[in-house]
Design a protein around this ligand. Structure first.
Ligand code: ATP
Ligand code: MG
Length: 415
């Protein structure tokens, strides 16, 4: 127990951290170019925020949340996703009073869901995400989709499938839900228990059920029942995606997990070698959410992208970059006097931006070279013997196995 991480969690080990850093950097770069700014919200929030913000009838809230009472007896929940916290912060800090749209992104946001751990499904995972407040035109829907694809492409991940749908707004959904319930009612006894529970509170989610999907293929789709405004929005989105040269498929069956989604919803998915679809990024518009959580009516839209799933796709495709050597130079020394010079030299090299170190384990000369090899260091500086008296050091190119003598005071400039 003591030396085993809790089920569904993973360490990010130093051999892999460069891959995360690349993903995080690409997210920052892509977002900055489009005028987005970073937001970081707490890892935990009041439970009520997620009940309202993610939705009482969702799997996330009903089954997957890490909820506990703190010592002050407040119900606290570790965040299962990034949107609710961002909306809460947007309202609390009155960001709606600033110039809109408010374009936000977050990087490697830890998320917690009590799910059955399996491939691609962790209990603590991390999301990059985008949220935009105060932009109602479909051009922003297309923009955030384009940005998601850019972040993926910047990490060597292309050729994923983009599926889009519209799940309407409260206006058109009302009439549609009646239609849907009329369709579902006679089928209800044959559906799973969860679906039966959803029938009254959130019948649209029944269409999302993996167990019952086959029985519901001819269900009426929201997409065919959109009001003029929603239909127009969806047409515009398609036009903008075409203008950007982004391929997509319309999938009328995407419902999405969260309750307050309106209009556009989308997923970016790929197939695993086992043939199971893997969603790397999911998002949508939530025009009702800011108001639902107590702010002024403000349209919103966003997505979340699972970092562990990006890495999974990279691994599936064999494009995970190897870890670079952690150092440019190792300073190898013999004797105490040389070591003192070594300490100085390492410091001088670092000041010049050269990643340098010396052996801190007091190894023999031979072992220090072995150490350099293990680290994959390309250059070794040797400070030893009479060279020290002559004020020179040896610079050894480990790849070419060549050595040159360099005056001590010039060595730093050789990098
Ligand atoms: P799924 O259909 O796979 O359960 P979801 O609809 O629950 O996904 P979202 O809530 O949209 O997922 O979260 C956005 C992204 O976060 C997902 O596309 C995925 O990349 C990632 N993600 C969600 N749940 C997990 C998890 N348990 N472990 C790892 N990554 C996850
Ligand atoms: Mg899920």
């Amino acid at each position: 127990m003591l030396t085993q991480a809790p089920k569904g969690t993973q360490d990010l080990l130093p051999q892999a951290s460069h891959r995360w850093q690349r993903i995080e950097k690409s997210m920052r770069d892509v977002c900055a170019l489009a005028g987005y700014r970073e937001i970081r919200t707490p890892v935990f929030e009041h439970t009520e925020l997620f009940q309202r913000g993610v939705g009482d009838t969702t799997d996330v809230v009903q089954k997957e949340m890490y909820t506990f009472n703190d010592k002050g007896n407040r119900s606290i929940t570790l965040k299962p996703e990034g949107t609710a916290g961002a909306v809460r912060a947007f309202i609390e800090a009155h960001l709606y009073a600033d110039t809109l749209p408010c374009k936000l992104y977050y990087v490697s946001c830890p998320c917690f869901r009590y799910e059955k751990p399996q491939s691609g499904r962790l209990r603590q995972f991390h999301q990059n995400g985008i949220e935009v407040f105060g932009a109602k035109d479909a051009s922003v829907d297309a923009e955030i989709i384009a940005l998601a694809l850019k972040v993926l492409a910047a990490n060597g991940i292309d050729g994923l499938r983009l599926n889009i749908n519209s799940i309407g707004c409260p206006t058109c959904r009302k009439a549609y839900l009646e239609k849907l319930k009329d369709y579902l009612a006679p089928k209800l006894p044959g559906l799973c228990k969860t679906c039966q529970e959803r029938f009254e509170r959130n019948p649209m989610r029944i269409l999302d059920c993996k167990e019952d999907a086959d029985k519901l293929v001819d269900a009426p789709a929201m997409l065919d029942n959109l009001c003029e405004d929603c239909a127009g929005h969806f047409e515009k989105l398609k036009t903008y995606l075409q203008a950007l040269g982004i391929e997509y498929a319309v999938d009328a069956r995407i419902v999405r997990g969260l309750d307050y989604y309106t209009k556009t919803v989308f997923e970016i998915i790929t197939d695993t070698p086992e043939g199971v679809p893997l969603t790397v990024c999911g998002g949508g518009r939530y025009d009702g959410l800011v108001e639902e959580l107590g702010g002024p009516a403000t349209p919103g839209i966003g997505w979340g992208m699972g970092i562990e799933r990006m890495i999974m796709v990279q691994d599936m495709r064999g494009i995970g970059e190897e870890a670079p050597a952690p150092l440019d130079a190792l300073v190898v020394t013999l004797g105490d006097e040389a070591r003192a010079e070594g300490v100085k030299l390492v410091n001088a090299l670092r000041e010049r931006g050269v990643r340098a170190d010396l052996d801190h384990a007091a190894r023999s000369m031979k072992a220090q070279f072995k150490y350099a090899n293990k680290l994959g260091v390309k250059k070794v500086v040797v400070i030893a013997g009479d060279e020290l008296e002559r004020g020179v050091v040896k610079l050894r190119d480990m790849e070419k196995s060549e050595e040159t003598e360099v005056p001590m005071d010039e060595i730093a400039s050789r990098f």
